[in-house]
Unconditional design. Structure first.
Length: 393
């Protein structure tokens, strides 16, 4: 198995990042873009090809003369991508095409200790890497791992990163907040493909956002940009289990809060569908809420609409500030579908200045964890193809 050091010299790193961002290019095009001679590029390509980092690409379109061959990323450009969400862990290995295929999925039991969750994540990554190795004739190691984490998980980050590094032969790990990983994935190959201005809204155990403005992903001075779930929206609202405050957004619209509202409706007898779900267990879980909404239960549908209205009202200011081309709604909460989405739209359009948001679309993001996995893989590629710098864990 060939292990390639991801800390690459500057010119090699620049060349690989160019191929990652722009796709296969001729040697002449690479030379012009990098500001070096064609001879220099030819030497670098030969060196990288020996390590499997570049490979012949398709023949370039004819410009009237002889058609030139191109160079693209090679089979050794492989990254692990991991998404750790509220109810499950998913891991996969992506190649230079960044296609997400056959991820390994492990359900979470809920209430795990940090050690148990770390063990589950590492086992999932190990299985994904072993599966990819079995399917690959080249047996190339992963160059880096991208880890997308939902907020509020019980993790000891240093231990988790060390465990993943051990499972991938020492490949470096870059950690990304789940909403940002989703935004990166959606912008690369999802509903926001090619757009420089977008907002991703993730509805889960907490509400979080990620914003691209002019092509730049906002992070904030303390890397906390987008943590809007504990913004107070009603001074006299219910207490929040997450922060201890009262009336914050999460106390109304987190998946746990909505599930508790559904359980109250079940206990009161207002919803037969939710009452049946409660009778089958000690609580109404999120899957039961989603099923009741999908089945058209009036009380459950109203819960979805209330959730969408509060979310739309809260993000209206952000959308007015960022003026995005599109708002994509994802995370576990997005499973409530059109009932939720339509209320997010209408509440946002009512609250935000009409001339600012007139052209802003509001849509559901990619289902499941695909956008987060893709974003994690792309973040891993950034450090794998960087010129010697390492991401902070």
């Amino acid at each position: 198995m060939t292990q390639v050091n991801p800390a690459l010299p500057s010119l090699e790193g620049r060349l690989l990042r160019l191929l990652r961002d722009e796709g296969p290019r001729t040697r002449s095009e690479l030379a012009r873009a990098l500001g070096v001679s064609r001879t220099t590029v030819t030497g670098e390509v030969a060196s990288l090809a020996g390590a499997g980092l570049v490979a012949p690409g398709p023949v370039a379109p004819s410009s009237g003369g002889r058609r030139s061959s191109t160079v693209g990323l090679g089979p050794a450009v492989r990254m692990a991508a991991v998404s750790v969400a509220e109810s499950r862990v998913r891991a996969t290995v992506v190649d230079a095409t960044f296609a997400i295929s056959r991820p390994v999925t492990r359900d979470r039991a809920g209430g795990e200790s940090p050690e148990e969750l770390c063990r589950l994540v590492v086992e999932t990554v190990s299985q994904a890497v072993a599966q990819a190795e079995a399917e690959s004739s080249g047996h190339h190691a992963v160059l880096a791992t991208g880890l997308a984490l939902a907020p509020g998980l019980p993790v000891q980050l240093d231990e988790l990163v060390a465990g993943i590094e051990a499972a991938t032969g020492g490949a470096p790990v870059v950690v990304e907040q789940a909403a940002r990983a989703m935004a990166i994935g959606e912008r690369h190959a999802g509903g926001a493909r090619g757009l420089d201005d977008l907002v991703v809204l993730r509805l889960g155990a907490t509400v979080s956002t990620a914003t691209f403005m002019d092509g730049h992903l906002g992070r904030g001075s303390a890397d906390l940009a987008g943590a809007i779930g504990h913004t107070r929206v009603d001074e006299f609202g219910p207490a929040c289990a997450g922060c201890g405050s009262s009336g914050c957004l999460d106390s109304f619209v987190s998946v746990a809060a909505v599930a508790e509202q559904a359980a109250a409706a079940a206990r009161s007898g207002r919803s037969p569908a939710l009452a049946r779900a409660l009778a089958a267990g000690d609580e109404v879980d999120w899957a039961a809420v989603v099923a009741a909404v999908g089945g058209g239960d009036p009380v459950a549908v109203q819960l979805a609409r209330d959730m969408g209205r509060r979310v739309g009202e809260t993000i209206a200011g952000l959308v007015a500030f960022a003026n995005p081309s599109i708002v994509l709604v994802g995370g576990p909460g997005a499973a409530l579908g059109p009932h939720l989405l339509n209320e997010v739209r209408s509440a946002m359009y009512r609250r935000a200045p009409a001339h600012v948001v007139a052209g802003t679309q509001v849509e559901l993001g990619a289902p499941g964890d695909r956008a987060a996995l893709l974003g994690a893989g792309l973040r891993a590629a950034e450090i794998a193809l960087d010129d010697g710098s390492r991401a902070n864990h």
